[in-house]
Design a protein around this ligand. Structure first.
Ligand code: ASN
Ligand code: ZN
Ligand code: CA
Length: 345
């Protein structure tokens, strides 16, 4: 059979109808994108991995490639197994495009190779994760009362950014470096969501706002403007912040990132109200999301290492801002001010 790239579309769960580049194989289409390193999406068939020490796997859930007969995928509802696959494939597409077009990085490892997605992992599985060993993404369907399918854009960008971090700074996943690892995923997950410019899932500074259900009791998993809104995360650095779970110690860097992009105080963007008080009573003026992304990416890929802590992240981002905009530039001074505003330095 002849194999060629085809343009189709899909009805997603969270992002409306989205374009999809697929692979035509004879009279059917595969959910596999030759324009983005053959990134593909398969069905885990509600199975789970059985692995030890993460690397030794006795068995792995499958990634049975999705097929479609007319290249119009999904129905936009969970009753159809291919709808979550549309979101997952779209999430990899936007994440690929963000890193390629904004940072000149070709694929998660920077070598042009695509990754793959598994959807419908396990039963009522309330998580999603990147795995360096399979170079793949895995998404649960959620339990339906606290979380729905975890395939939203910011979650996809968050998880795949763990792969980027692993290939670059390799921030150790505990203590302060673990918080920086998690914040790196929240920052780029958020920038991926903004980059998508999708009317059904507009950009915001919330993490997971599309996947939470009423039983979760909060409007999002995490809040970058004021991380303590989740009830657990730290807004400000203190000497004990490294003792928190990495998803909560990330709050300090998420708060820094919000302040650097948007500045302190109250504002409403895309109908979401934010209020970001500083920890030291200062006023911070933002320099915008694009510069936040440039500075954090250069800090991550050039200056941070596996043991970088919050003090080191301040130095790394200042070095990045110096390279990009000059010492003493508005941007350099804003980085310093935003870190001071979260009690770092
Ligand atoms: N969803 C979790 C996260 O990305 C899973 C993990 O890998 N820790 O933080
Ligand atoms: Zn994470
Ligand atoms: Ca979001």
């Amino acid at each position: 059979d002849s194999i060629e790239t085809a343009t189709g579309d899909g009805k997603s769960l969270y992002s409306g109808t989205v374009p999809l580049q697929t692979t035509q194989s004879g009279s059917a289409y595969q959910l596999k994108d030759p324009t983005r390193g053959d990134t593909y999406t398969g069905d885990a068939e509600n199975k789970t991995d059985l692995c030890f020490l993460t690397t030794i796997c006795v068995s792995r859930a499958p990634a049975t490639l999705f097929y479609d007969s007319d290249n119009h995928w999904g129905s936009g509802t969970v009753s159809d197994r291919s709808s979550a696959a549309v979101d997952a494939q779209y999430g990899t597409d936007v994440t690929w495009d963000y890193y390629k077009n904004v940072h000149g990085r070709s694929g998660i490892a920077g070598d042009g190779k695509g990754s793959y997605n598994r959807v419908h992992y396990g039963t009522n599985y309330n998580n999603a994760f990147w795995d360096d060993n399979c170079f793949c993404m895995t998404y649960g369907d959620g339990d339906g009362t606290t979380l729905g399918p975890l395939v939203a854009l910011d979650v996809a960008g968050h998880e795949m950014t763990h792969g980027v971090t692993s290939k670059t700074a390799a921030l150790a996943y505990s203590g302060e470096s673990g918080g920086l690892n998690e914040a790196t995923s929240d920052i780029f997950g958020t920038l991926v969501e903004w980059y998508a410019n999708n009317a059904s899932d507009p950009g915001d500074y919330l993490i997971g706002e599309k996947i939470v259900r009423s039983g979760f009791g909060k409007s999002a998993l995490r809040y970058m403007d004021k991380p303590s809104k989740d009830g657990n995360s730290a807004d400000c650095w203190s000497s004990s912040v490294g003792k928190l779970d990495v998803h909560y110690s990330s709050g300090v860097a998420n708060h820094f990132a919000y302040l650097l992009a948007e500045g302190s105080g109250a504002k409403t963007i895309n109908a979401v109200a934010y209020d970001s008080p500083t920890c030291n009573g200062s006023t911070v003026t933002g320099i915008g999301r694009d510069k936040l992304g440039k500075i954090w990416y250069r800090a991550l890929t050039v200056y941070m290492t596996s043991s970088t802590n919050y003090a080191g992240a301040r130095t790394a981002t200042l070095n990045a801002a110096k390279d990009l905009y000059g010492a003493g530039s508005t941007e350099y001074n804003a980085v310093a001010a935003a870190w001071s505003a979260v009690n770092v330095g």
